[in-house]
Design a protein around this ligand. Sequence first.
Ligand code: SF4
Length: 171
Amino acid sequence: MVELKGDCENCAALCCVALAFDKGDMFGFDKAAGQACPELQPDFRCGIHGRLPEAGFAGCVQYDCLGAGQRVVQQVFAGQNWRNTPTLLAPMLQAFAQMRQVHELLLLLQTAGGLPLSEPQKQELARLKAGLQPDTGWTSQTLRLFERSGLAGEVQQFLRELKDVAIKMKP
Ligand code: SF4
């Protein structure tokens, strides 16, 4: 089963570059998407990690890439990183956004698997999960194809159809 939780040790701080944030309750300053956070250290560690909430960065504590970051770095880019090879930055950020969506859908399907599904629903769940976990792993190219494939829409449609099952379970 794919790890659906962030593992920063095996990532290259993709979230600290990819995401935009606005100064406010969750973040201490504005940052544009695609721009490395000024608190990010050369070794991909956060310079204020031990005091993020106090420094006004509760949003960083709350964010979880759902395992997309380490998978992009280790699987799609074979452990390379954008500091050593700056030309990798744009493709890594693109793959990160796509992989985050894949992992979010997998997490939703994992939750749906706990519902009392009919046999056809179980089969559809298995088909969708298999589509999100290709046997050969993801590559930049297959992630781009995923984006255009309509699979995300199929998962969302399937989850909408399970609404009645979830409602029946409510106490
Ligand atoms: S404050 Fe730290 S955790 Fe938050 S984006 Fe910047 S480097 Fe990353």
